[in-house]
Design a protein around this ligand. Structure first.
Ligand SMILES: C[S@@+](CC[C@H](N)C(=O)[O-])C[C@H]1O[C@@H](n2cnc3c(N)ncnc32)[C@H](O)[C@@H]1O
Length: 272
């Protein structure tokens, strides 16, 4: 991409796809990949980003503000679901949802999305089209409903740009690592990225991702995260959860990965 080109010009064609649980996702021609598991976008989001990492319990506990960082805003489904869960649980603490997206979709496309869910507030249906219609390059902050302390901080640009310019008022509690696969989107799965996550987090921060490749786990282990296997979503055998090296607690039912071996494989150059 030349420096003169706007980031909005590089968005390639995407096609709408209805997944098997009745929720909408997209297929990216550029990346040749679906944005979610075609067996169920909503179901995948629920398992990978809310139940496997303990976030559902944290939302129910309503014991303080929650800070999430998502790699890859895509359709915005994960943000919408997080907001829905806060409202449904009657959690009146703040939700700060940070995300990054290099290729934002259009408002028209977002208007057509359907999800098999009764939203905690009917207006939630209108939030994403509004977000996508009002984006500028760099940081965009939205409070979609003035009566709710729910904030979206969306960086329009590349992940590599915020690696050096991240502005946080509070450390991140939960990372939703939702890039395309490591084969198609390798720059989002490096030890440098997971090192940034370590610096932006705290001792109880948790990363969750649908991915289970050894290369992904090795990049996390190389950045000193404690990496675990968890049961995968919708026909996938495994996914990955990583806890901060200083964590005292970890989500239940996780199997540790061979972290030292993965680290040695990473630094041995197996994936260079
Ligand atoms: C799997 S999709 C994310 C799905 C999304 N979380 C959702 O709920 O719809 C991956 C997203 O990462 C974005 N992306 C890929 N490479 C990127 C990069 N280097 N920087 C920022 N965004 C990137 C893609 O445009 C795509 O929207």
């Amino acid at each position: 991409m030349s420096d003169q080109r706007s980031i909005f010009d590089v968005h390639g064609p995407v096609q709408r796809h209805d997944t098997k649980d009745g929720s909408t996702t997209l297929f990216s021609e550029n990346f040749q990949q679906y944005y979610h598991n075609p067996n169920g976008a909503l179901s995948e989001s629920e398992l990978v980003f809310f139940s496997s990492n303990g976030l559902n319990q944290r939302i129910q506990a309503s014991n303080g503000p929650i800070h999430i960082f998502e790699m890859g805003f895509g359709t915005g489904l994960n943000f919408l679901l997080a907001a829905h869960k806060m409202i449904e649980a009657g959690n009146s603490h703040a939700l700060h949802f940070y995300s990054v997206e290099a290729y934002p979709i259009t408002s028209e496309l977002a208007r057509g999305f359907t999800y098999p869910i009764t939203w905690a507030k009917a207006e939630l249906n209108t939030w994403l089209p509004k977000v996508f219609s009002g984006l500028n390059q760099g940081w965009n902050t939205f409070q979609p409903d003035a009566s709710l302390p729910i904030y979206l901080h969306l960086y329009v640009g590349y992940l590599k740009d915020i690696q050096t310019q991240m502005k946080l008022n509070h450390p991140i509690d939960y990372y939703f690592h939702d890039a395309f696969s490591v084969e198609q989107n390798p720059e989002c799965w490096t030890d440098e990225v997971f090192m940034c996550y370590l610096n932006w987090g705290h001792a109880e921060s948790i990363i969750s991702t649908y991915a289970a490749a050894s290369r992904v786990r090795a990049a996390m282990a190389a950045a000193d995260w404690k990496v675990f296997k968890a049961p995968g979503a919708l026909g996938k055998r495994e996914m990955t959860i990583a806890c901060h090296p200083n964590s005292k607690a970890q989500p239940e039912n996780l199997t540790p990965c061979p972290n030292e071996r993965l680290k040695n494989r990473w630094f041995g150059g197996e994936w260079n």
